[in-house]
Design a protein around this ligand. Structure first.
Ligand SMILES: Cc1cc2nc3c(=O)[nH]c(=O)nc-3n(C[C@H](O)[C@H](O)[C@H](O)COP(=O)(O)OP(=O)(O)OC[C@H]3O[C@@H](n4cnc5c(N)ncnc54)[C@H](O)[C@@H]3O)c2cc1C
Length: 453
């Protein structure tokens, strides 16, 4: 068979994965199974791997966080490297990677929060869930959050598991949080918090909420917390009845919320109040959030009127939103990268050879961690199918290591990470806690540069 002159047969194949979250690391595992690569480099902006498994999944869910053990397996291969603390698009360009590797798989997830677009959203005390979550999980780039001195009540906008995580972390007995991986300054702040009430505000009814039942059950079983639901919120309309008929999860959630609406409050010191069929129309100040105005989203015949909740903090948990990486096409409306079977599409709809996308950046912020495995497998299959037809590298291709060294980037290697991990474990064991996340980059670098273990 004649060989296409445009296609150069390579002796040695290399791939780069950008983002060491679940999607990137599942993609790594799938690429390795193909046994087609002589080297795979994984670039990660944070100084530690695992993406939202480390900096998203709640610290009081250690079993879920332990998925990191599975995700770590790719790094057991001698020809796989971790290049942490490297932000692609800033420290090294996507084009540099495309020039240096046969295939580049972008898996940078979603970084920020969607906005509500209501007046007062930028008042002090109003923040996105991604900021609060980054703070309580110890992300080095998290904003320094100070809970308001007079904090009595907070509102969490959203009807998904992130809203439940936030409500739970804010109200949970801090003594239990002290046994988790949560950075100590965060546990201290939550211990000092005077918060008594968290209002979860959901646009639609329980039947159409995105909560999953184990997480909802969990907040129903928390010690020292009363759950409060208005019975009128549990009345099903036609859409709800359809949702309940079609979907078991919806049925379970509706039943649970209904059960809570009939519960007598136990006089617990803290309360989580669920408000369904409500949407915030304004955050009120002045200067700092003092309240939110809510409007009903349905007329349920109960004469429900607009209302105001006095709150000192509002957390938007209405979904994460992707951020463009320079050099990668991006759809600002969806916050995702346009692709076909994971092959990134240019503005004119043509495939960009050798550039792939997977995970949240490909399909949006939906699904559980394991959803990223199927997604990554599909994308890796595209990579492997394309491999022989990918364009040859430019002859002057420069090793990315040189670029990073020239730019003085302190790359965190896998061994560095293992040193940090051992340190976090020891810090936790010393106080009877899970490994405690080191949250500031300066300390991270000090720990990994200490050679005495
Ligand atoms: C608060 C929260 C809690 C969650 N809890 C659960 C749970 O309990 N159970 C569950 O199943 N799912 C949970 N999820 C969902 C789960 O975390 C996601 O499905 C999954 O993390 C998405 O994987 P990803 O790899 O696409 O993105 P991410 O996990 O976000 O990974 C992306 C990685 O790319 C890196 N990156 C970003 N930009 C760059 C760049 N320019 N250069 C280099 N690296 C970059 C990031 O630092 C990050 O490490 C939760 C999500 C959130 C937000």
């Amino acid at each position: 068979m004649a060989t296409d002159p445009a296609v150069v047969q390579h002796d040695s194949r290399s791939a780069a994965v950008v983002g060491a979250g679940p999607a990137g690391l599942y993609a790594l595992a799938a690429l390795l199974k193909g046994d087609a690569f002589d080297s795979v480099d994984v670039f990660e902006a944070a100084p530690a791997p695992y993406g939202l498994v480390r900096y998203g999944v709640a610290p009081d869910h250690p079993k879920t966080r332990n998925i990191s053990r599975v995700l770590a397996r790719g790094f057991e291969h001698a020809h796989v490297r971790f290049l942490g603390n490297v932000t692609v698009g800033r420290d090294v360009a996507v084009d540099d990677l495309r020039a240096a590797y046969d295939a580049v798989v972008v898996a940078t997830g979603m970084l920020g929060d969607r906005r509500l677009g209501v007046p007062g959203e930028d008042l002090d005390g109003s923040l996105g869930a991604s900021e609060l979550v980054a703070w309580y999980t110890g992300h080095p780039e998290a904003p320094a959050i100070e809970l308001p001195d007079e904090l009595r009540a907070a509102a969490v906008i959203g009807a998904g598991n992130v809203a439940l995580d936030v409500a739970r972390i804010l109200t949970k007995d801090p003594a239990t949080l002290r046994r988790t991986s949560m950075p100590r300054h965060v546990v201290d702040a939550l211990t000092a918090s005077t918060l008594t009430d968290v209002h979860i505000v959901a646009r639609r009814g329980p039947a159409q909420a995105k909560f999953t039942s184990p997480e909802l059950h969990e907040i129903g079983n928390l010690d020292d917390i009363d759950l409060v639901v208005d019975p009128a919120d549990t009345v099903l309309d036609a859409d709800d009845q359809q949702a309940v008929a079609d979907d078991r999860r919806s049925r379970v959630i509706t039943d649970l919320v209904h059960e809570w609406s009939e519960r007598e409050p136990r006089g617990a010191p803290r309360r989580i109040r669920l408000h369904f069929w409500s949407r915030p129309v304004r955050f009120t100040g002045p200067g700092h959030v003092r309240g939110i105005d809510l409007e009903p989203t349905r007329d349920d015949g109960t004469g429900r009127a607009s209302s105001s909740l006095p709150v000192e903090m509002v957390v938007r948990a209405i979904g994460y939103h992707g951020q463009a990486i320079p050099g990668v096409p991006f759809d600002g409306a969806t916050g995702t990268v346009p692709a076909h079977d994971g092959r990134v599409l240019d503005d004119d709809g043509s495939v960009i050879p050798g550039l792939y996308v997977t995970g949240w950046l490909r399909r949006g912020p939906t699904g559980v961690i394991a959803t990223n495995r199927g997604d990554a497998n599909e994308v890796a299959a595209s990579v492997l199918a394309d491999l022989e037809t990918l364009p040859a590298h430019a002859p002057e291709r420069r090793p990315v290591d040189d670029l990073l060294a020239e730019r003085d980037v302190r790359v965190v290697s896998w061994d560095d990470w293992l040193r940090l991990e051992a340190h976090e474990k020891a810090e936790g064991e010393a106080v009877g806690a899970d490994p405690i996340v080191v949250h500031d980059l300066k300390t991270v670098l000090e720990v990994i540069e200490r050679r005495d273990g």
